[in-house]
Design a protein around this ligand. Structure first.
Ligand SMILES: *Cc1c(COP(=O)(O)O)cnc(C)c1O
Length: 431
């Protein structure tokens, strides 16, 4: 498989090149040059295969130019070395729990596949890659854990000082080794600006091989197709399957649509958002109007201009009629989200974080429009990551999973930098 950019479909690059560049020269996102197909026989065989076996079959279609069969087997085992659970909530409602990885959010899937492929590239081609990420929380911790102690790679994470939760900071900044956490005396926008400046500094790029690990990275994107196939293969009733995806940057939902185009039989998707509803508004009105994001209790989805939306549109040939026929948009307030957490807990004994609760709310709407379907909502974060929201709503405390329990005693080792680019540059050149 070769890759091309959304802006120029005729210029092909290798997976390695797409991976290391992050974004194409024309400023648009990389996509595979074609969509690989899974035939019916393959699909039926999935019911008897493990998660990593399914992952191997799917990802080999995307990685076959760059890795051999055995390498792909090994790298998916290493990347997806944690559980993916499909939990029954109501007769026709299932939660796909994607939060059993090291940082308890679905971003572990993409970040860990990225680390495995990049780690193998440095072995053979490039020594000493520096990954630079700006984060407001979840991405930084997933990337930090995925790349920890991978040789030949330094990770530098910028986060706004005092603006991430104590646990989030510990997840990013207690590892040490090749993971360098920088607390920036500023806000998230300052962190993003500093990263941008570094990427456009020719002097720095002469010295370092810089790359990014943000959610537009093509390795993170393709990794997310696997669990749609897995969930489908595990459902007892697969005639008419629908998915609801709690969405922010729309990497996750667009990966689901990619899985469908590969052949996984999905009849509809819900694009479920908080009040940052630019995509649901587009699906209703044909008008796409990015705007500054609003803060909510499902903060990993506080996005006003989703960076993966162009991929989603592309999969529907930029045709509003096609996309709005298959993807329905729903948006929910913080109040509705809290009520959903409460109902899920009291009526079904299910503990959901705010993002997953929005997934469930969207699924209920979608089921209403598609009666008789089997519905799956993606549970994207562990409820213990959001105790300050969930505990007051359910009126009791949530036990911490071991991934968070072990963090309690770990000291934070981060360095405070001013939001001036020269300080970051000096740090990067010395690290
Ligand atoms: C990042 C994130 C999302 C949004 O995923 P996108 O791919 O950006 O749409 C949803 N829930 C959680 C917990 C996240 O961390």
């Amino acid at each position: 498989m070769k890759y091309c950019s959304l802006g120029n479909r005729s210029k092909h690059v290798t997976f390695r090149e797409a991976l290391l560049k992050g974004i194409a020269e024309d400023g648009t996102l990389f996509i595979p040059e074609s969509i690989p197909r899974l035939d019916n026989e393959k699909l039926e065989s999935f019911t008897g295969l493990s998660f990593s076996e399914i992952a191997g079959i799917i990802l080999e279609k995307f990685l076959d130019d760059d890795f051999n069969h055995r390498e792909i087997e090994l790298l998916v085992k290493e990347a997806f070395n944690f559980d993916c659970k499909l939990v029954n909530i109501q007769p026709d409602v299932w939660a796909l729990e994607l939060f059993h990885g090291p940082t308890l959010a679905f971003k572990d899937f993409g970040a860990r596949l990225l680390a495995q492929v990049l780690g193998r590239l440095t072995d053979s081609h490039y020594r000493n890659i520096t990954i630079l990420v700006a984060t407001s929380g979840d991405t930084g911790s997933a990337v930090a854990h995925a790349f920890y102690s991978i040789s030949g790679i330094q990770v530098v994470i910028l986060y706004p000082s005092g603006k991430v939760s104590v646990l989030q900071e510990k997840q990013m900044a207690s590892l040490g080794g090749n993971i360098h956490a920088l607390r920036i005396d500023g806000n998230f926008d300052d962190c993003q600006r500093l990263v941008k400046e570094a990427f456009s500094d020719p002097e720095l790029r002469e010295e370092l091989f810089l790359t990014s690990a943000n959610s537009i990275n093509v390795a993170r994107w393709i990794a997310q197709t696997v669990y749609y196939a897995y969930a489908w293969s595990r459902l007892p009733e697969r005639k008419q399957v629908i998915f609801s995806v709690p969405s922010g940057n729309f990497g996750n939902l667009s990966a689901g649509v990619l899985a469908k185009k590969m052949g996984i039989p999905v009849s509809a998707f819900a694009a479920s958002t908080n009040v940052n509803d630019v995509v649901p508004a587009y699906l209703r009105s044909r008008v796409y109007l990015p705007r500054p994001s609003q803060s909510t209790i499902s903060n990993a989805m506080d996005v006003g201009n989703p960076n993966n939306f162009p991929r989603l549109l592309h999969l529907y040939e930029n045709d509003w009629n096609k996309i709005s026929g298959e993807v329905k948009g729903f948006s929910f307030s913080d109040e509705a989200t809290r009520q959903a957490i409460k109902t899920l807990y009291s009526d079904y004994g299910y503990l959901a974080d705010p993002h997953s609760a929005i997934g469930w709310l969207g699924l209920r709407q979608l089921l209403y429009h598609n009666p008789g379907s089997t519905g799956v909502f993606l549970a994207t974060a562990h409820p213990a990551k959001f105790t300050e929201v969930v505990e007051p709503v359910i009126g009791s405390s949530i036990p911490l999973p071991y991934q968070l329990e072990i963090l309690k005693s770990k000291p934070v080792v981060s360095k405070l930098l001013s939001p001036h680019y020269n300080e970051l540059k000096a740090f990067l050149l010395a690290c």
